[in-house]
Design a protein around this ligand. Sequence first.
Ligand code: PAN
Ligand code: ZN
Length: 190
Amino acid sequence: MHHLKITGPQNQVNLENWQLSGKEVIASEKFISQLVNIFADEAARLNMDQQTLVYHVQAHLPVNEGIPGGLFFGTTVIQAGKVGKEYFMTRGHFHKNADRGEYYWGVGGKGMLILMDEQRNVWAEQMFPGSLHYIGSHIAHRVANVGSEPLIFGACWPSDAGHNYSEIDENGFNARLLEVDGEPVLTDIK
Ligand code: PAN
Ligand code: ZN
């Protein structure tokens, strides 16, 4: 009888803040200076400290992006804040291979998952610790922090999903999540 190899895990998740450690973990940050034309009030964005961190992402990428059959796993942290009346949020995207879905789940804070189909219908789901969100294929997705503490969420998506940011950069979402009388309101922009 041979003893086969037993090792520790290659990666770990801190269950408090879902920060990742170990092999093949990448990190990226988005500052207010980089989020050109994402928020409605571009003048308000330009008036802010351009070094303000809006969100950061960690991801475990065990295979090259574009390889079919693999999975990616990530954690996003969005700071609390607003640009004008609009909450800090991610850029948002469709997947490049638009028929690839994704899971998101809430870890900390209070958020809103804003979704848009290819006919530009927009709706939203509340995010909170333990909320689980299946994002179907062909659905653009973006998350806003509607609370006063950092919003943390996890994500898992196929390694060949890719990201199509240009559609959102050019045409945006068809609705905006604004603070009205202290509450988040999803407002049709038409
Ligand atoms: C997430 C997002 C992450 C940042 O990992 O990439 O939350 O949002 P943006 O990519 O829109 O800036 C995901 O949806 N991956 O597919
Ligand atoms: Zn995605």
